[in-house]
Design a protein. Structure first.
Length: 368
C-alpha cells in the first residue's frame, strides 16, 4: 500500500494532507527527535487539526493519527503485524512522534507495556534468561535467581511472549523518509502547500500587544483560541501589573486611554468602567484592536485582563459573582476554561504616568 492510498482511504482532502505533513516539519523544530511530541502540551495554532478527546489515541480530523503518521514513514499494516504498538519509552497516549510507534503483534504490546512499568524486564534480560535456559538452568531456578514471577520466566524461555523485540526506531533513515514524504506531498499539491505557507506565515508574523520590537517573545506564538502562549506562561506564573511602560510606543496611547476610563481604586475593591456601553447598559465596550478578532471593540473586562495579565485571544473573561457591573480589577477577573490560570492576590504595581513619553522611547530606540 502506498502512502497516498492511505490518505485517500482516510478521505483526507489535499489541504488536510499538507497540514498533516507540515505539522511534522514544524514539530521537528519544536521538539527533539527522542522526545514525546504531546499534543496536549503544545497547543500551537499549526496543530489545530489534531484532537486529544480519545484517552488512548491521537486523532487527526476524527481519524486515527497513528495510521497516518506511520504512513508518513512508509510503514503500513500487514497480516503478520496488524497492531499499532506504542514504544515503552513514550510517555503520552497523544504523542505525534512517529519513532514512538510501529506495526507489531500482541507480544510486542505486552513487552512495551512491561517496559513502561519499568519492572526490569528488557531486551538484555530476556536474552540472558533464554541463554541460561538453553544452558540447562530451568525456569523455576531462574525465577528465584532474578526474582521474577515463575510464569513470566517460563513464557519467556518457551518463546511464548516477548518473542519479537521492537527495533530501535531512532535511525536517521526514518527521519529522512518522513521529510521526503512531506516534500513529496508538497510537490503533489503545490496550491494547497502555498495556501498553508501563507496562512502560517501570516500567523507567524502576528504580534501580541505585549511584544517589544527589540525582543522575539510575544510574536507568532499563538494557541488554538488565539491566545499568546508566551503570555499564558507569564499568567501561570502570576503576572498582574497595571503599567503603561509594559508596552511599546505604538500601544501606549491606547493602553493609557483605556485605563483613563477605569475608576481605579484599592486593589480589593471593584474598578468601575466609566467608558461606553451598549444594549441598554448591559454590556461594556472599549476600542482595542486584536489580532484574532474582526471587531475593533471588546468588553472592558477582557481588555483589562489583556493589559494587566496577558493577551488571551478569544477566551472569555469572567468577574467574581460579587463584583459590580463592568468590573475591571485584574484580581477579580479569571478564565474559567483554563484550570491552571491562578487568580492573583495582589497587583504588583500600578503606574499610569510616564513622564516625557517621547523622550523615553527616543532614548530606548537609541540604546537598541
Amino acid at each position: 500500500m502506498l502512502k497516498g492510498s492511505v490518505f485517500l482511504y482516510e478521505n483526507l482532502t489535499p489541504y488536510d494532507q499538507i497540514t498533516f505533513a507540515k505539522a511534522f516539519q514544524i514539530a521537528l523544530q519544536l521538539w527533539d527527535k527522542d522526545e514525546c511530541w504531546c499534543m496536549k502540551e503544545k497547543n500551537h495554532n499549526v496543530f489545530k487539526g489534531f484532537n486529544t478527546s480519545k484517552p488512548n489515541r491521537l486523532l487527526y480530523k476524527k481519524r486515527d493519527a497513528r495510521i497516518l503518521m506511520l504512513a508518513m514513514t512508509n510503514r503500513f499494516y500487514s497480516e503478520e503485524k496488524p497492531i499499532i504498538v506504542r514504544s515503552g519509552k513514550c510517555k503520552s497516549q497523544h504523542c505525534l512522534n512517529p519513532s514512538h510507534y510501529y506495526w507489531g503483534t500482541r507480544k510486542d504490546v505486552a513487552q512495551e507495556n512491561t517496559n513502561r512499568k519499568d519492572n526490569g524486564i528488557n531486551k538484555e534480560l530476556i536474552t540472558e534468561l533464554r541463554t541460561k535456559n538453553k544452558e540447562g538452568i530451568n525456569s523455576l531456578k531462574l525465577s528465584k535467581i532474578y526474582k521474577i514471577p515463575y510464569h513470566i520466566v517460563r513464557r519467556i524461555c518457551n518463546n511464548e511472549t516477548y518473542n519479537s523485540i521492537a527495533q530501535e526506531l531512532q535511525s536517521d533513515s526514518l527521519w529522512e523518509t518522513t521529510l521526503a514524504v512531506c516534500e513529496s506531498l508538497t510537490t503533489t499539491y503545490p496550491l494547497e502547500a502555498k495556501k498553508f505557507n501563507l496562512t502560517y506565515h501570516v500567523t507567524n508574523e502576528l504580534e501580541c500587544p505585549w511584544h517589544r520590537q527589540s525582543e522575539s517573545k510575544h510574536k507568532g506564538n499563538f494557541g488554538l483560541m488565539g491566545e499568546c502562549l508566551d503570555c499564558l506562561e507569564e499568567i501561570k506564573n502570576g503576572r498582574c501589573t497595571v503599567d503603561v511602560r509594559n508596552f511599546d510606543f505604538q500601544w501606549y496611547w491606547q493602553v493609557k486611554r483605556f485605563w483613563d476610563q477605569v475608576d481605579i481604586g484599592d486593589s480589593d475593591l471593584c474598578w468601575k468602567w466609566r467608558g461606553a456601553t451598549r444594549k441598554n447598559n448591559t454590556e461594556s465596550t472599549a476600542y482595542f484592536p486584536s489580532p484574532f478578532h474582526a471587531a475593533k471593540t471588546q468588553s472592558a473586562s477582557r481588555i483589562a485582563f489583556w493589559l494587566s495579565r496577558g493577551y488571551t485571544g478569544k477566551y472569555r473573561i469572567f468577574s467574581k459573582s460579587s463584583c459590580e457591573s463592568f468590573c475591571c480589577n485584574p484580581t477579580h477577573l479569571t478564565i474559567k476554561e483554563l484550570k491552571d490560570c491562578p487568580t492573583p492576590n495582589e497587583i504588583e504595581r500600578i503606574r499610569l504616568a510616564h513622564g516625557n513619553i517621547f523622550q523615553h522611547y527616543k532614548e530606548k530606540e537609541d540604546s537598541c
